[in-house]
Design a protein around this ligand. Structure first.
Ligand code: OSB
Ligand code: MG
Length: 454
């Protein structure tokens, strides 16, 4: 083999190894960062080991011993400080008008009832968002069910005693079945708080590796294909890297054909939101002609088996959205070959804990992941941006600019998409954005504070 080729292979292998080592290190550091309780235990062990060592060294200077112990105590104290005694969980609802209605196969959003959760501890406040809709059309959860579950079960579970880590929080929620969006809303708020307590950005806290993320746009079903083509043109001109079209039976093949004819080279995908059944396999197979990046959730919202049957007949990759409700479901979907791409929504899977596990699983299996959207306000969007900074998010996400949805967002600055179709990952503490509390207050329709009973 020529020397140059050998060198090339060597360099590529090394690059690959370095990449894997880097990922391992990120995984370990993320584990430690989210396991503050573990750091605490480790420091305790170090303290005792040091004591034993010092005592067993004859003639060890007393002053040095005192200094060592004091330093260890300081470290222990600072580790303990990130245990958060949550004093109050606040839930609030506010309605933000959408700039234009958003239509999917299951229904239409004219405005968005935004559900914010915040937690307060040590004079700090962390923010999260529950992405459930008003009606159970995308999934069974609604604003109403999430309100009930947070108020009556999840908030009391975090208010009782200091939360020492993300895994501590996840453990407290584990016995409650389902209600992922409710769990995620509160967990997101805790993670913003934890990042602030630790003085890091959310992206840093979870081991994010990107400082910009590639983004696309999801376009609702339009009154006419001409109108849709205008929108495609508009968003491509703004730099968006991928166009996703919402489809349903009767508004699919012809629409996709026209968009593809007009734009032969763009990254194009479709999302059916469960509008088809296996009986429509031929119709869906016809979409193979258009070089789509993926077909998102064509079949039942909770199905894996029919999707596997369909995937075996399709050249185009299936991407699952609704069906991916947790780590176990993801393992099953991949084992069955129900999909080849994963849409990650932190609300749908139940928070950072499962989202990180799903990410790691897909990254190790080289399954592309991208960040989905639920027409979030800036707070949910800020969490999505942090999540999408992980290395396995290799496809453009549905993380569009604030101005794509709302005349005015509730965070400062608003989310902007650069001309290259990327969004900046914020490096300042916590969310990386300020919450425009005056504006939030002025829009709030319902507010409830849940306090500790003790
Ligand atoms: O299926 O991805 C979906 C919005 C609401 C509910 C479900 C979906 C969507 C979107 C919009 O596609 C994504 C976004 O821009 O937030
Ligand atoms: Mg979808």
């Amino acid at each position: 083999m020529p020397v140059i080729v050998r060198r090339l292979i060597f360099v590529q292998t090394r690059a690959f190894e370095i990449d894997r080592v880097r990922h391992r290190l990120f995984a370990v550091s993320r584990f430690l960062m989210t396991r503050v309780d573990l750091i605490h235990h480790l420091l305790q062990i170090v303290k005792h080991a040091t004591l034993v060592a010092i005592i067993s060294i004859p003639g060890y200077p007393l002053l040095a011993m005192q200094q060592t112990l004091r330093r260890l105590d300081r470290d222990l104290e600072s580790a303990a400080q990130t245990a958060a005694q949550i004093e109050c969980v606040e839930v609030r609802l506010l309605r933000l008008p959408l700039k234009e209605p958003f239509e999917t196969s299951f229904g239409r959003y004219d405005s968005r009832l935004i559900f914010l959760v915040s937690v307060k501890a040590d004079g700090l406040r962390g923010w999260g968002e529950v992405v459930a809709s008003e009606e159970p059309l995308y999934s069974y959860e609604t604003v109403g069910t999430a309100f009930h579950v947070i108020r009556d079960y999840l908030a009391p579970a975090v208010l009782g005693s200091p939360v020492s880590s993300l895994s501590d929080l996840a453990g407290r929620f584990e016995r409650f079945k389902g209600h992922n969006m409710a769990k995620a809303g509160l967990e997101l708020a805790y993670m913003d708080l934890l990042a602030q307590l630790r003085g890091t950005s959310l992206s840093q806290l979870i081991g994010g590796t990107r400082d910009r993320i590639p983004v696309g746009v999801s376009l609702g079903i339009q009154a006419s294909t001409d109108k849709l083509l205008q929108q495609v043109e508009h968003y491509l001109a703004l730099g968006y890297q991928r166009i996703k079209l919402k489809i349903k039976p009767g508004s699919d093949i012809d629409v996709v054909a026209r968009v593809r004819r007009q734009y032969p080279d763009i990254l194009l995908s479709v999302d059916a939101n469960s509008a088809y059944t296996l009986k429509d396999a031929d119709r869906l197979k016809a979409l193979d002609d258009f070089g789509l990046l993926m077909i998102e959730q064509p079949l039942e919202h909770d199905d894996l088996i029919d999707h596997a049957k369909l995937q075996s007949q399709l050249a185009t990759a299936i991407c699952l959205d609704e069906s991916i409700t947790g780590v176990h479901r993801t393992e099953q979907a991949l084992a069955l070959d129900s999909c080849r791409i994963i849409n990650m929504k932190i609300g749908r899977v139940g928070g950072y804990t499962p989202a990180l596990a799903i990410h790691d699983l897909c990254y190790s299996k080289k399954i592309p992941v991208w960040c989905g959207g639920m027409l979030e306000s800036g707070i949910g969007r800020a969490h999505n941006i942090a999540l999408a900074s992980l290395p396995g998010f290799t496809l453009p996400g549905d993380v569009s600019a604030s101005s794509r949805y709302f005349a005015r967002d509730i965070i400062i600055p608003e989310v902007k998409v650069d001309a290259d179709g990327t969004v900046e990952v914020r490096s300042s503490t916590g969310l990386g954005f300020d919450v425009d509390l005056d504006y939030v207050d002025s829009c709030t329709e319902t507010l409830e504070r849940i306090l500790s009973k003790t």
